[in-house]
Ligand binder design. Structure first.
Ligand code: 13P
Length: 215
């Protein structure tokens, strides 16, 4: 099977999102890029029944290469992000705090330095209907220089050099959003980091978790 490992990894990542409460129903999608091809989750298939064969392979030109199911409706979004960034994997979800915070801000205020893990202040892409080229453009723009973005009235997206790294950012993004929402809910002023503090956090976090002989 073409891109067998990547197709298995797509299924595993969908299950990871599901078991961590990061999606609802079949919302969300996952893809992995290998050279000029991507393996992408099929549209609307329940994660618990999805197999590696169900994952479809498309060329970067949007042509089907392998697999028979309909690709994720967000295929245009995934292709657009791969064309404009160095990402090798994309994970998209509809986690509650990420989705809720995106309704009330146009960027995530820097209330937690973990935003630096996604490259700095995280933008909220303007709303456009799911599956459209307009949504693809809005989200691709919002991701400039970042590893994640929120999607207004929709959800969140993360990218990375591996699918593990992209998916690993989803709980972090959800955490940052949850913290900000809880702080806002008190009605008290929310303490924010300065641009300098955020820049310092970004520099410091680059090496975080790096240990000898560990990936
Ligand atoms: P798919 O099942 O087609 O990937 O759609 C889910 C989704 O999240 C659309 O944004």
């Amino acid at each position: 099977m073409l891109l067998e490992k990547e197709r298995r990894d797509v299924v595993e990542t969908c299950l990871f999102m599901q078991s961590n409460g990061l999606i609802v129903g079949t919302a969300g999608n996952v893809s992995i890029r290998v050279d000029d091809k991507i393996a992408i989750s099929p549209s609307g298939v329940p994660y618990e029944t999805m197999t590696a064969e169900d994952v479809v392979v498309f060329s970067m030109d949007g042509e089907r290469v392998d697999g028979v199911l309909e690709p994720s409706s967000e295929l245009p979004l995934h292709l657009s992000v791969y064309r404009e960034t160095a990402a090798k994997a994309i994970t998209h979800n509809h986690a509650p705090a990420s989705t809720a915070l995106g309704l009330v801000v146009d960027e995530i205020p820097p209330s937690h330095y973990y935003s630096a893990m996604l490259g700095g202040i995280i933008r909220v892409a303007p709303y456009a209907e799911f599956g459209t080229d307009e949504l693809a453009r809005n989200v691709t723009d919002a991701l400039k220089g970042r590893s994640g973005a929120l999607m207004k009235n929709h959800g969140a997206i993360t990218i990375g050099p591996t699918v593990k790294k992209a998916a690993g950012l989803l709980p972090i993004l959800e955490y940052v959003c949850e913290i900000h929402l809880r702080a806002m809910a008190t009605g008290a002023p929310v303490a924010l980091l300065s641009p300098e503090q955020m820049a310092d956090a970004k520099a410091a976090i680059a090496d975080y978790g790096r240990q000898p002989n560990k990936e």
